[in-house]
Design a binder for this molecule. Sequence first.
Ligand SMILES: [Zn+2]
Length: 486
Amino acid sequence: MNEYKVSALKYRPQRFDEVISQEFATQTLKNAIISKKIAHSYLISGPRGIGKTTIARIFAKALNCKNQKDGEPCNECESCIEITSGIHPDIFELDAASNRGIDDVRAIQDAAKFYPVKASYKFFIVDEVHMLTIQAFNALLKILEEPPPYLIFILATTNPEKIPPTITSRCQKFNLQRIKLEDISKRILDIAKKENITIDEQSVFLISKLGDGALRDALGIFDLAVSFCGTNIVYSELKEFFNLPEKEIYFKASDFIYRGDTKGILEYFSDLLERGFDLHTFYTGLTEHFRNILIVSSTKDANLIDESDVIKTKYLEESKKFTDGQLLRILQILFDDEQRFKFSANQRILLEAILVELCRINKEVVDLEKLISELEEFKKKTSEQGLANFKNVNSLQSKGNSEATQLNQEIVYKIEHNFPEPKVESVSDFSPKKEPIPEEKNNITTPEVSTKNSDDFRNLDNPLIKKIKSMFDVEEERINNIRKSK
Ligand SMILES: [Zn+2]
């Protein structure tokens, strides 16, 4: 007989404290068992492969266990062993995906009429309950409305919104979360250790990530990796096995885009395709890559992305090449063209055009963000200088310096009119025969910036606002032209 068991089954949690990442549900159920406050129906929802039926089974086991302790089953008594092996006469598991009709629920109705054979509670665990037909739901509702005291329903689903509210309102609800990447990684390392398998950090990370929050999926991938690599799992082999693109590819692509190297990126892309690279993988990979750069660039924290430590460091470096504005623009293009790409008859040509567009836009578009911050810096500087001089003169004035009095008036005038003021270094800079205040027009050093009321940014006639707006218009037009000419 074949003794091989997949890891997800072999290492299926048998106690609440072995279930990872779902503390809220497991702790509440344990407390219910300890305080003997048991509801008649529970609804456990959440994505696939995260432990919904596992939790249901442990609950059934713990409630019927003769040696139950602190809400946990003993896993040794007859009842526990029978439930674990799925042969207990009072525990029914039903998959609503394949048994969705009224007859199936009638069978439950019939079975519910009789007292449990062995246990104190009779359990119906209905998986994917949202698949039931309306008639079946109505039949189920009849039982839920007046359940016999020994009957407990555990309804599990990936789509709780598809269940009629008449049903959900009668259930105690638990919404399970996706399992955290680090928890999946820990579990894989744990199992590898028990199975005497050596596995490197990058492989653990890769397998956990491919599991996408579902432990069952991750363990399935782990089993695949074991059958391919044997007892020594190394990243380079694994990557080849899953035919995964190296992260390096996207870092290279973003570097071409950063340098605006159209020729370079097209040659590189063509080379990738010759090596059998999948277009779709490249598109989604590139989008995710720029999304990661944006996250690191805007938060200055690489821990917010799901990557190994080596890659995180690379992202920190890469994020310095782009401003948030540039990244948003790149992502905008990738998102805008996503649907077109999916349904395009010639994806290669379209993707090439997108790559060229990304290179050109990044190279040609003046970074407006930088421009605005420069203008603001300039404005700040001028007003700060004016203020500094004003203070400087004030202190002179308090010493009774009459020369300063006139200067003070000049500066106050200038500040009021928002003129840039040369920095006053020391008292010797003041000469009594200083030129009188010139005509306003002659004194404007940056005519397009300084005028009356120029600090009122609510005023749309404000020249600074006008200038920024016209720059925006020019850039907008340029972007549109580049996109049109594609
Ligand atoms: Zn037991």
